[in-house]
Every structure is written in structure tokens, then in C-alpha cells.
Design a protein around this ligand. Structure first.
Ligand SMILES: [Zn+2]
Length: 133
């Protein structure tokens, strides 16, 4: 999926759908921060909104408040490389996520964290829901 085909949530989704969408983003990673693996409490715009980043699934990742706040307006991959908890598998997962390949991203996250709890069944449902939206 290319960014041009992405669903523009602001245009299409009333508040309820936005809430569902946020929930599904967290579900993809089993409610863990894509950067450090701690519980995800927020949604991080990989490309910050201040730099034209969109609220699309490709640009929004589950993040804990600490990572989200610390990263601030920096480029996510550049910021992530400097972190103590940097893991190249997670960096690849973030890249795959940005390219819209959530299935690959989830597989890489599972590889990075053997305790990863994401239900594949839910993920399949969620991604097909997105493609249909
Ligand atoms: Zn984190």
C-alpha cells in the first residue's frame, strides 16, 4: 500500500472509528511500544504532524509515553538508533510498518520479543478492515 492510497482518517472517520482505529493500532503489537517493548500508552506519529505527517496507520505506531515524549519531533529511525534499547530487528519492524507491511512488522517484533502477545487472527481481521475502509 502506498501513501497515496492511504485512508485519510480525518476525512472519513467519525470519532467512533478513530477510537477503533487507535485500539487496533495497539492491538497490532499486543499493546507494546514499538520502540522499547514497554506497554504502549499512546500513538506516535513517526513523521511528526508538524512536518506534514498524516494520521494514517503507516505513520502511526504504538508507543509508550516515555518514547513518544522523548522522540518529540525527531525523525523516528534516527532517534531510535541513539537509544540504549535499540534493536535492529525493531528498527526493521518500524521500517516495514512505515511501508505499510504490518504483517512483516509484526513478525519482526515477535522475533525481537519472544514474549510478544499478538493474536494473528485479530491482526488479519484488522488489516482487512483497513484495506476495505
Ligand atoms: Zn517505549
Amino acid at each position: 500500500m502506498h501513501i497515496n492510497d492511504a485512508v485519510f482518517l480525518e476525512d472519513l472517520c467519525p470519532k467512533f472509528r478513530l477510537r477503533q482505529w487507535r485500539k487496533s493500532i495497539h492491538r497490532f503489537t499486543g499493546k507494546s511500544c514499538i520502540y522499547c517493548g514497554k506497554p504502549s500508552e499512546s500513538i506516535d506519529h513517526v513523521l511528526p504532524r508538524s512536518q506534514g505527517g498524516l494520521s494514517t496507520t503507516e505513520n502511526c505506531v504504538p508507543a509508550c509515553l516515555s518514547c513518544n515524549g522523548d522522540k518529540s519531533d525527531e525523525n523516528a529511525l534516527y532517534w531510535y538508533r541513539k537509544q540504549k534499547f535499540y534493536d535492529p530487528r525493531r528498527a526493521m519492524a518500524i521500517r516495514a510498518w512505515l511501508e505499510g507491511d504490518l504483517r512483516l512488522a509484526i513478525r519482526l517484533l515477535q522475533w525481537a520479543n519472544p514474549n510478544f502477545k499478538s493474536s494473528n487472527k485479530n491482526n488479519e481481521q484488522d488489516s482487512s478492515e483497513y484495506e476495505a475502509a
